[in-house]
Design a protein around this ligand. Structure first.
Ligand SMILES: [Zn+2]
Ligand SMILES: [Zn+2]
Length: 256
């Protein structure tokens, strides 16, 4: 038993749900925590699990949709009010660095006032973090449907969205974040101990058919909508005999 855990803080889709926070996950390695995505309600959910914000070593944001990033300023405020002193690294898509600094200043989270060094590290596809664990960002096509509008309006958006592959003490995890279609993650599933897959942009029939052919320890389906939609996913999995699949619940913890 390593004590390592993957904890689900928020399992709602981008259509906020009353009983769930939006996307947010914690990787616990020993006593250290890493926060992955920080959508609406994630800060409260984090505290509800009895986790200590001062144990968070770093944050990774997969893309800048509100349901993955909107609680980030609040999380920074939490660190500030709890008196964090050590430097804090936030790995965010490159396109977000400048707008986010501007936003933080506009909500009076002024860098010079925080009492700790906030490092906003912009990253791109294939970025690899190496520390107590390895995390690799795999670019996907989730945001590319905005391409035409962005071009038309001459916007600076780069449409950066990433799934992440994590390796910790020999265990392999894939968190799809949001994708454009199942094919974005299909080549990356085999051999994983844990796959946390979003359900909003996935052809579930295609996924369930493929899931029976790959070696995956456990599937957790997340980014969930209504109770009826969740029941439909569970029924499909049961019919296919996929007994290594569960749907996410906020607060769920997976031992790694
Ligand atoms: Zn989302
Ligand atoms: Zn998204």
């Amino acid at each position: 038993m390593t004590g390592n855990k993957f904890i689900i803080l928020g399992s709602s889709s981008g259509l906020p749900q009353a009983g769930r926070a939006c996307s947010g996950y914690v990787l616990k390695t020993g006593e250290n925590l890493s926060l992955i995505d920080c959508g609406g309600g994630v800060t409260s959910s984090f505290l509800r699990r009895g986790l200590n914000p001062l144990d968070v070593e770093q944050v990774f944001i997969t893309h800048t949709h509100p349901d993955h990033v909107i609680d980030l300023p609040l999380f920074i405020q939490l660190l500030y009010l709890k008196g964090r002193t050590g430097p804090f690294d936030m790995y965010i898509p490159e396109e977000f660095v400048q707008p986010f600094w501007t936003f933080l200043t506009s909500v009076y989270l002024i860098e010079e006032k925080l009492g700790f060094k906030l490092n906003l590290v912009g990253y791109q596809d294939e970025f690899t973090f190496t520390g107590e664990f390895q995390l690799r960002a795999i670019g996907n096509k989730h945001l590319q449907s905005n391409g035409e509008l962005i071009e038309q309006l001459g916007l600076p958006n780069k449409m950066q969205c990433h799934s992440v592959e994590i390796e910790v003490d020999g265990k392999k995890i894939l968190y799809s974040s949001d994708i454009a279609a199942y094919e974005d993650v299909r080549p990356h599933l085999d051999g994983k101990d844990l796959v946390v897959l979003e359900s909003t942009h996935v052809d579930l029939e295609e996924f369930i058919e493929h899931a029976q052919t790959v070696k995956v320890g456990r599937f957790i389906i997340t980014h969930l909508g209504t109770d009826e939609e969740i029941a439909a996913i569970q029924a499909m999995a049961a019919k296919a005999g996929l007994d290594n699949l569960t749907t996410a619940v906020d607060g769920m913890e997976v031992e790694l």
